[in-house]
Design a protein around this ligand. Structure first.
Ligand code: GLU
Length: 322
């Protein structure tokens, strides 16, 4: 690891040429790492992805972008939707109400674990694991139709072409028994806020939204820019909610690798088993990555490798200047 920059202060402006070189090298490193991982197959439709696919898209507040590899390929958003679900809950329910129904603690367990929920607590540990996201969806399920939430996702990702990937949705609905177990466990504990079937169906649909690396970069940019779309000026997420969102992404966003990712990369991020990762880096800068070959935790192996390089070379770790 290279030495961290010393001293607190203002983040220096990135040199354009160096930034391009760093992203180009990160793309190469990611491509090389891809064969070491495995494509998710517990949702059969996901197994069809090309394990060697990899793409990185960077978008900054001045509208400058960098693109390498498979940035146009559409894939299902999977757990990255948990960031959007939490942003919507914070916007429409507020901080206090949201965290009456879900906690904000890293679980240290795998994303679909039921253990702690059953043994240690009535509320899910955080909104980035399945139990917490399903619980958060139940807070919204009586107020919003799927189409309305999809519209929010289109706005946050600056991508009007986001649609429901019907094949992934069907595959997930057919095989998602563990998520059904979670929703009924939440119901049995008396904490679920909506009908269990309606809740889990909405959750499956939200995981099946089709995005690309560019959509995730735009989402990362809005989050990194304090919740404001820098191009339209629209303030979608309040600044104090953005702080909450980034904190939870930082501590819980990368499955049970969140601690190590926090140390090595140090950029608020969220990954999904479809191979997508959204990163909200400073600048403001959003980075969207796609690489369906996953590490044992469920994170894109190529994207994690690439982000290690990018963060280290461009001093993007949130604690570099603190
Ligand atoms: N739809 C997936 C599931 O619930 C999301 C998992 C993930 O991306 O972490 O199993």
């Amino acid at each position: 690891m290279k030495a961290a920059p010393t001293g607190a202060g203002v983040f220096p402006k990135l040199n354009k040429e160096k930034t391009r070189e760093v992203f180009a090298r990160a793309y190469e490193l990611g491509l090389k790492a891809a064969p070491e991982g495995r494509v998710a197959d517990y949702i059969p439709e996901l197994a069809k992805a090309d394990p060697n696919a990899f793409g990185i898209y960077m978008l900054n507040g001045e509208g400058e972008s960098l693109a390498f590899g498979d940035v146009g390929t559409r894939f299902s958003i999977q757990s990255v939707c948990k960031v959007i679900i939490l942003a919507i809950a914070l916007k429409f329910k507020g901080f206090e109400e949201t965290f009456k129904h879900v906690m904000m603690e890293p679980s240290g367990d795998s994303f679909n674990s039921i253990l702690k929920l059953d043994l240690r607590s009535n509320l899910p540990f955080n909104p980035m694991i399945n139990a917490g996201a399903i619980q958060t969806v139940s807070m919204l399920a009586n107020d919003f139709e799927f189409e309305e939430i999809m519209q929010f996702a289109r706005e946050l990702c600056m991508d009007p072409n986001i649609v429901l990937d019907e094949a992934v949705y069907k595959s997930e609905a057919e095989t998602g028994d563990r998520n059904r177990a979670i929703v009924y466990l939440l119901k049995s504990k008396g904490v679920l806020m909506a009908d269990p079937e309606k809740t889990v169906d909405l959750y499956f649909k939200l995981c099946s939204l089709s995005v690309n690396a560019r959509s995730l970069a735009a989402l990362g940019l809005v989050i990194s820019n304090g919740g404001v779309n820098p191009f339209s000026g629209e303030n979608w997420i309040e600044p104090n909610h953005v702080r909450t969102l980034k904190s939870i992404m930082f501590t819980c966003g990368m499955y049970d690798f969140s601690g190590e990712f926090g140390v090595r990369v140090g950029v608020p991020s969220k990954s999904g088993v479809g191979g997508g990762i959204v990163c909200a880096a400073r600048g403001p800068m959003g980075i969207g990555l796609y690489g369906p070959s996953l590490d044992p935790y469920g994170n894109s192996i190529a994207a994690v490798r690439a982000m290690e390089h990018i963060s280290e070379e461009l001093d993007l770790h949130v604690f570099d200047y603190l």
